[in-house]
Write a protein that binds this ligand. Sequence first.
Ligand SMILES: NC(=O)c1ccc[n+]([C@@H]2O[C@H](COP(=O)([O-])OP(=O)(O)OC[C@H]3O[C@@H](n4cnc5c(N)ncnc54)[C@H](OP(=O)(O)O)[C@@H]3O)[C@@H](O)[C@H]2O)c1
Length: 323
Amino acid sequence: MRAVMFERYGPPEVLRQVDLPKPAPGRDQVMVRIFATTVTSAECGMRRGEPRWGRVILGPVRPRKGVRVLGLEFAGEVAAVGPRVTRYRAGDRVFGFTGFAVGANAEYKCLAENASMTLMPPGPGFAEAAASVDGFTTAWHFLRRLGKIRAGARVLVIGASGSIGTFAVQLAARAGAVVHGVCGTRNVQLVESLGAVRVFDYSVEDFARSGERYDIVFDTVTRSSFQVCRAVLATGGCYLPTTGLINNVLQARTAITGGPRVRTGMSVHKHEALAELSELLGRGELRVVIDRIHPMAEIVEAHRYVDTGRKTGNVVITVADGQ
Ligand SMILES: NC(=O)c1ccc[n+]([C@@H]2O[C@H](COP(=O)([O-])OP(=O)(O)OC[C@H]3O[C@@H](n4cnc5c(N)ncnc54)[C@H](OP(=O)(O)O)[C@@H]3O)[C@@H](O)[C@H]2O)c1
């Protein structure tokens, strides 16, 4: 099968198109024929071997064997199932998240039946389905689980034009929150159209000097800090950054000291969020922002673009043609 591999950390050019043996599903596994995957900011970091501490998991000197084919999000069709699989059968259209197993930059991927995967609803195509998974489920985890968002909450989404951000704005607006966003000039209208009632263009306006107060500041791109954001947090408010070792330390410290809290972590088990995502997509109630679509042969170019940190929403890779 065709796949894209990297055997050393580095720039997009470390990625190579290769032919690998087609995998066979284990007893509890589902083999998915992948039609669409994506290039996310997170996996570009994996390719670079950044942050450095991440190499403890990925491989200290070079990526270890199990992570050499990247690809976190996928949509496709079940090609075969193992004998103990009951939830899926050949021909089912599925979408999901490979997590630490990565491997969706390939024509086939075998996943455990209970992996973060679900049936695709009728309606969206494979590109839209694949592009929705990580952004939506991460926004869901941070806003629902960590931020405990409620109707009337005042929410600021930093990085509102990114993958997580475009879903965070929509999720917060659907929850009945008053949503403000931070993004660059060219995306102000987009973020307003997703449900933000006020948008700060970071190139001309500093949200920290606006006089606004928030119950939740969701820093999807970790371009700000708790130090800056605590000034705009209401009593009992929380700062939710998606990355940063220091934020883990601050999470522990602010849990003890009281006052505004830092809450962070990884969205790993995505089943509950995926079920909601599937419903919303099926009802046509969620907008999946796709910036670019590249065939797998152009994956190096897609990585170069995502590395700029300037993508709007999501970048999709088509692996095979699917309806
Ligand atoms: N904790 C978890 O479970 C988890 C899960 C997934 C991802 N992540 C992490 O989350 C981060 C964000 O991922 P993502 O895919 O959503 O990002 P992304 O799509 O790559 O974000 C790009 C967007 O950020 C905007 N941006 C850049 N600088 C900004 C600034 N100073 N203020 C406001 N917006 C700015 C850009 O707009 P302009 O072009 O206008 O600048 C662009 O639209 C990554 O670091 C990833 O590793 C964490």
